[in-house]
Design a protein around this ligand. Structure first.
Ligand SMILES: [Zn+2]
Length: 126
């Protein structure tokens, strides 16, 4: 579950990501119903990491399974920017989320802005 994420922010993230799960783990349900933290907040959590720039849309299955991702699978999530490693402080982790582009499953590469919009960095022509 996405504990502590304000309903307004969750709604914004789901709309921004077209209600498509961006994790795509095995068994992925496709349709996103959760806002998933890109960085592990660790003990106690932090509201600092509850902004749209720190969240991606995820289905219930991927939202629950992501923390278990290790090895190659974790590497892939990190490569795509949907997973961001924790920095020394939550503020630094937030900054890292903002600076790390997300490679969407539809081919877009975007920076996630704090206001819930996307900055397109690259358009992949299909
Ligand atoms: Zn999924």
């Amino acid at each position: 579950m996405s504990k502590g994420i304000p309903a307004k922010v969750k709604k914004l993230v789901l709309a921004r990501d077209n209600h498509n799960c961006q994790l795509g783990l095995p068994g992925c349900l496709g349709r996103a119903t959760e806002a998933d933290h890109r960085a592990n907040r660790g003990m106690g959590g932090s509201e600092v990491l509850n902004g749209p720039e720190c969240l991606v849309a995820a289905c219930a299955l991927c939202n629950g399974a992501k923390e278990d991702a290790t090895g190659d699978r974790l590497e892939q999530l990190l490569d795509r920017g949907v997973r961001v490693l924790k920095a020394a402080t939550n503020a630094k982790t937030r900054e890292r989320c903002e600076m790390t582009p997300v490679a969407y499953l539809d081919g877009r590469v975007c920076q996630l802005r704090t206001d819930g919009t996307l900055k397109n960095l690259e358009l992949v022509v299909s």
